[in-house]
Design a protein around this ligand. Structure first.
Ligand SMILES: Nc1ncnc2c1ncn2[C@@H]1O[C@H](COP(=O)(O)OP(=O)(O)OP(=O)(O)O)[C@@H](O)[C@H]1O
Ligand SMILES: CC(=O)N[C@H]1[C@@H]2OC[C@@H](O2)[C@@H](O)[C@@H]1O[C@H](C)C(=O)O
Length: 365
């Protein structure tokens, strides 16, 4: 099946899309990819809606409607741009995540905005969406969902365990694949999210480009110890996070450079704390997500984890693995195959994911 997978992650950089041929078990072929960035205005509106959700559990209805439409429009735009690329071919199914505005597994709540019906009907292609809800309904964390795809990728590139995939997005999460093929996953802590917010708050851009700011700062050990004392790190996995779970005020008194250096160290050390829960030490960490573009993050990870290589070194598209994963999950969904497991989200049994939204109009893709 030829699937288009979408992901708009917690960093709010835009919509990632990737085309994949798969039966939901094996990856047959990788098609083209595309990123559609949010405009500054779009990003500000979605960020405002997200912050209202985090603060109050909801958002003003007009703002919510506006943010919902922005998410739908950006995905439609992204699909059209991607489908006009050579090699895109005809897609049969869309895997769609939506934009997370609130993730509170302790309250059984995970909310993504961007109406899937509108996407199915505008593009004329069936859409699998609501991918976290079934897992949460049975008592899982609702995240991370990507581990089953990481396992398929390991097979595709001929790597056997013990290895781990680490996604450094707004939030960081890893998938461990043991020498006996056991899969263990969890959200480790912040990825780039806190660093991005700090850089933005100080008017220094959207993120620490190339890690230049962090490279020029010193780690503040007192602040780092406070950050690492957060109760999240004492919890056994499976466990998952909202991007806003860690308070940022703690770095307010530091210079921008020291704050950046301290937050990079926090990201790396929190991955190491998560890794302490593993039964074996991974011989290799394959790093995905935007954080692998930051050399200071990569260096900090190597220091605490050992061998860390970018996903691209194995012929993978490190910026599109989550989008591919959502496509893969859609293929599993229509076949009724499980996506989440006791050791990935804490679901009591292997559980299928997603709801099918049939397109009401003919296929235009
Ligand atoms: N050249 C670069 N230098 C430094 N950091 C970068 C660079 N390029 C991307 N990043 C970081 O990667 C982030 C985007 O990462 P990514 O797209 O993986 O996040 P996401 O998918 O939104 O997050 P999540 O996985 O939590 O949903 C940017 O916000 C930035 O922090
Ligand atoms: C609730 C939510 O949107 N979580 C994201 C976020 O971004 C990274 C990490 O936190 C992961 O748990 C998840 O995304 C990927 C696609 C996942 O579920 O595997």
């Amino acid at each position: 099946m030829r699937i288009l997978g979408f992901m708009s992650g917690t960093s709010l950089d835009g919509v990632d899309a990737a085309i994949l041929s798969s039966d939901g078990e094996e990856i047959h072929d990788f098609g083209p990819t595309h990123l559609t960035s949010f405009s500054t205005e779009e990003r500000a509106i979605v960020k405002e809606a997200t912050e209202q959700f985090v603060a109050t559990g909801t958002a003003e209805s007009k703002l919510l409607e506006e943010a919902d439409d922005i998410i739908v429009d950006a995905h439609v735009r992204c699909a059209r741009e991607l489908l006009s690329k050579s090699g895109a071919g005809t897609i049969e199914l869309i895997g769609y995540h939506g934009q997370t505005v609130l993730h509170r597994p302790d309250r059984g709540l995970t909310i993504q905005i961007g109406d899937p019906k509108k996407i199915a009907n505008t593009l004329g292609v069936d859409v699998v969406a609501d991918v976290r809800q079934a897992d949460m309904a049975v008592g899982g964390e609702g995240a991370p969902l990507v581990p089953i795809y990481h396992a398929a990728l390991a097979q595709k590139i001929g790597k056997s365990g013990p290895i781990a995939f680490l996604n450094v997005g707004g939030v960081a999460n890893f998938t461990f694949i043991g020498s006996d093929k056991e899969i263990i996953a969890l959200d480790t802590g912040p990825g780039n999210g806190m660093l991005d917010l700090t850089v933005q708050k100080r008017g220094l851009g959207r993120y620490d480009d190339g890690g230049a700011l962090a490279a020029s700062g010193e780690i503040n050990q007192t602040v780092l110890s406070h950050l690492l004392a957060h109760p999240y790190f004492e919890r056994e996995g499976p466990k998952s996070l909202d991007r806003y779970d860690f308070p940022l005020d703690i770095v307010n008194d530091l210079s921008a450079a020291d704050a950046a250096a301290t937050l990079v160290a926090f990201t790396a050390r929190s991955v190491a704390l998560g890794a302490q829960q593993l039964p074996e030490r991974p011989a290799l960490w394959i790093i995905c997500g935007g954080g692998r573009h930051n050399p200071v993050i990569m260096e900090a990870l190597r220091e605490v984890l050992g061998d860390c290589e970018s996903a691209d070194d194995f012929g993978l598209r490190g910026d599109f693995i989550e989008a591919e994963a959502i496509g893969f999950i859609a293929a599993r969904s229509v076949r009724g195959l499980p996506v989440t497991f006791p050791k990935t989200t804490g679901a009591p049994r292997p559980t299928a994911a997603g709801k099918l939204y049939k397109a009401q109009t003919a296929t235009v893709a």
